[in-house]
Design a protein around this ligand. Structure first.
Ligand SMILES: N[C@@H](CCC(=O)N[C@@H](CS)C(=O)NCC(=O)O)C(=O)O
Length: 124
């Protein structure tokens, strides 16, 4: 557990993703988005991510939500790069939240949808 965390930390900090890393990351990200009602690309230390995950949990979405902590995953850095590439951006922040394959945005966008009463219908 601790070794895995140290390995992913070193990998994400010092390792520039190869094309093989990027191909694997793409497959993982696209699979996660397609196979889960709610997909959350998160980092374990990120307060915005914690808030978004808490909100989804309060809305009863634990069973339908797949979360990956990019800072605790060997391909996390490559996955974050792919998340940017797939929306034509040079970089993205975390969390990146997808519902039914559609990008919702980050925590601010999730909260805005919730405040407008538009989140629950998406999750129904
Ligand atoms: N407005 C965004 C802010 C998210 C944000 O600033 N996240 C930080 C982590 S707490 C981030 O992604 N920093 C760059 C990174 O970790 O790559 C939201 O509400 O989700």
């Amino acid at each position: 557990m601790v070794m895995n965390y140290i390995r992913s930390l070193i990998s994400n900090t010092f390792h520039t993703p190869t094309s093989e890393d990027m191909a694997r990351a793409k497959e993982t990200v696209e699979g996660m988005i397609v196979q889960n009602r709610v997909a959350v690309f998160s980092k374990s230390h990120c307060p915005f991510c914690m808030e978004a995950k808490r909100m989804l949990s309060k809305l009863g979405q634990d069973a339908s939500t797949k979360t990956v902590e990019l800072d605790r995953t060997t391909d996390g850095s490559a996955m974050q790069q792919h998340l940017a590439t797939r929306i034509g951006a040079s970089r993205v922040t975390v969390p990146q939240i997808y519902i039914d394959g559609k990008l919702i945005g980050g925590c601010s966008e999730l909260k805005a949808l919730h405040s407008a009463g538009k989140l629950e219908p998406l999750l129904a």
